[in-house]
Design a protein around this ligand. Structure first.
Ligand SMILES: [Zn+2]
Length: 145
């Protein structure tokens, strides 16, 4: 799977492996071999020491919800009901999106597709998982553990 199959439109990247691994259920980070800094989403170049000698490592998708919000006009692929409709032709329900802190302080962003928004609380334990949209593109969802 190519990066073009991720839910966000990214035309060029040096980290195509991210989407391949995500499609297989793995969240991957990169680690700078020189200074040890961890990156999620993975980066091919270290912004700390300016080196490009990185290695990949799998990280857990389980963590603690740091924050969340509701998006009233979500990007095209976050609108699950009609993922391919232009924004202006459909009424969207607010779409909760959250930031999950996982091992090493890394943060995974994903949307929260199920349940009542009032039940979402900062500090709750959640798990990030890949989710394939009706058009075949992959995105990330967060669900309570
Ligand atoms: Zn570095």
């Amino acid at each position: 799977m190519d990066f073009k199959n991720f839910s966000l439109n990214i035309s060029q990247t040096k980290v195509n492996r991210f989407v391949d691994e995500l499609s297989a259920g793995k969240f991957m980070a990169t680690v700078c071999k020189k200074c040890g800094k961890n990156y999620y989403p993975p980066l091919a170049d270290c912004s700390n020491c300016m080196q490009s000698d990185m290695e990949w490592k799998q990280i857990s998708g389980e963590g603690t919800l740091v924050t969340f919000t509701k998006i009233h006009v979500p990007p095209e692929h976050f609108a699950v009901r009609q993922p391919l409709m232009p924004f202006s032709s459909i009424q969207f329900e607010p779409c909760p999106i959250g930031l999950l802190e996982v091992e090493g302080g890394l943060k995974i962003m994903g949307w929260i597709p199920k349940g009542d928004v009032k039940k979402i609380k900062v500090g709750m334990k959640m798990k990030a998982s890949p989710f394939t949209l009706p058009d075949g593109k992959v995105t990330i969802i967060l669900e309570p553990i």
